[in-house]
Design a protein around this ligand. Structure first.
Ligand code: SF4
Length: 470
């Protein structure tokens, strides 16, 4: 399974206090990051921040929420892609600079981070964390510009990679999306405020409606009276992450203009077009295989059934008898239903296969209940390349499809049939706008070239021509 990246939210309201709205909005983005959570609010005089390690519910208690009072604020849930998983790297990050006070939340991965950080350190900058997001604050402070907007225009043309930021200052809030628009960022409103969020599920939870997405290369400005404005810092070169559709985003969200559930249903229909399988049941691997399995069932006529029950109460870490007992760990999360499996030809459907370790164990668990045959389908093409744009992926050596042929993977998983959605099938499901998407983890064709190895090293992007519009 790919690891999620981060989720961000920002609200400017006409209420006295919106901390609970931030809290609930953040909770709806919990699937994007479970390592740490944080909220900063601004209450006319000062910014208050509370953050910590763990899930949103673990980080905030009633007392914390009572102390957080402000008419606007930003929030963050984190899964680390650059920097360690510790409280120093938790966000929002607050800074007092020559350009004024501001706090920032970031979703993405700045790939020329190490190079830029080295330069700043040689000029005297002292970093408090090893997260790439802190870099933005230093770059702004060192820009030499007189105001934040001018500094931001300069800085955004220096950083490369994937970034959807929300920046809060005493006077306004800014929503920023990189020129490729790798990660989503959507603008919405409800009866009391304007909302910026990684996914629209946060907006709909707060009874709001989507106004529009922040466009690649765009900065949306919301002032304290909730007037909005925007400008482009670079010309858009869309390369939106197709994995947001396949796995990361919540099914009830609209990202990149499409509903995620419906998109996944169409992936399942496409899988049915591409395969000819004789089976008694289609069983999703929950949760991410559910929508595609519904689509597959509708198109193929093979009945949909539940055959694996996911335990939603299993935390991030739980005690197992032996750390080596991976099978038990998977069983804790996904327990098979014998009556749905025994004596039946079944199809298992998952969103993707990354290392193949979990898939192999799931097949072993299902085989314990004696199906007649198992076919395995994935609603994405084989993943053969790592991601450098804000997703935690293994190296090529660990990616099963980079090391084995489809036939070898079939044997490794011990299944009777194995079919990956084709890249052509995936593009057909996206439709006319498929040139606006990134498929690099399937094709190795990175939207901006990577030089210098993996993301933990200095994975710099080749310079891309960017036209300043303002
Ligand atoms: S490489 Fe894959 S996961 Fe990364 S941005 Fe591109 S499509 Fe998304």
């Amino acid at each position: 399974m790919f690891k999620h990246e981060c989720g961000v939210i920002g609200i400017v309201s006409n209420l006295k206090n919106i901390s609970y709205d931030l809290y609930f909005g953040l909770r709806s983005l919990q699937h994007r990051g479970q390592e740490s959570a944080g909220i900063s609010v601004f209450n006319v005089k000062r910014t208050m921040t509370h953050k910590g390690m763990g899930l949103v519910d673990e980080v905030f208690n009633k007392k914390d929420m009572k102390n957080l009072k402000g008419f606007k604020g930003i929030g963050h849930v984190r899964y680390s892609t650059t920097g360690k998983s510790n409280v120093e790297n938790a966000q929002p990050i607050f800074a007092r600079t020559c350009l004024g006070d501001f706090s920032l939340v970031h979703n993405g991965n700045i790939v020329n981070y190490r190079k830029l950080r080295k330069k700043l350190e040689s000029r005297g900058a002292i970093f408090l964390s090893d997260s790439d997001s802190e870099l933005i604050l230093h770059l702004l402070a060192f820009s030499g510009q007189k105001d934040l907007i001018s500094a931001l225009k300069e800085v955004l043309n220096k950083v490369k990679g994937a970034f959807s930021f929300i920046i809060m200052t005493p006077d306004f809030m800014l929503g920023v999306r990189d020129p490729h628009g790798f990660r989503p960022l959507v603008l919405g409103e409800n009866s009391f405020g304007h909302i910026l969020a990684s996914e629209s599920c946060a907006i709909s939870l707060l009874k709001g409606k989507i106004i529009r997405e922040v466009k690649p290369g765009e900065v949306v400005v919301i002032d304290n009276k909730r007037h909005t404005n925007s400008f482009y810092f670079a010309s858009p070169k869309p390369a939106m992450c197709v994995f947001e559709f396949i796995y990361f985003a919540r099914p009830d969200s609209y990202v990149f203009g499409q509903n995620v559930h419906q998109f996944r249903v169409r992936l399942g229909e496409k899988l049915a077009d591409e395969t000819n399988i004789d089976a008694d049941r289609i069983i999703p691997i929950p949760d991410s295989g559910i929508s595609a399995s519904l689509g597959f069932s509708r198109k193929s006529g093979i009945p949909y059934d539940r055959g694996l029950i996911r335990d939603h109460y299993t935390g991030r870490t739980f005690i197992v008898p032996s750390p080596q007992d991976r099978k038990f760990k998977v069983r804790m999360k996904l327990n098979p239903i014998k009556s749905s499996i025994e004596g039946k030809k079944i199809v298992l459907l998952d969103d993707s296969i990354v290392r193949g370790t979990t898939s192999k164990i799931i097949v072993e668990l299902v085989r314990e209940h004696k199906p007649t045959s198992i076919s395995f389908l994935t609603a994405s093409p084989p993943i053969r390349y790592p991601c450098y744009y804000g997703i935690d992926t293994p190296t090529r050596r660990e990616l099963i499809a980079a090391q084995k042929t489809i036939e070898e993977i079939k044997k490794h998983l011990n299944v009777d049939k194995l079919h990956y959605l084709t890249i052509e099938g995936l593009k057909e499901v996206i439709g006319k706008k498929c040139d606006n998407f990134c498929f690099a983890c399937f094709t190795g064709k990175y939207p901006v070239k990577i030089s210098g190895g993996g993301k933990k090293k200095d994975s710099r992007l080749a310079e891309t021509k960017q036209i300043k519009l303002f």
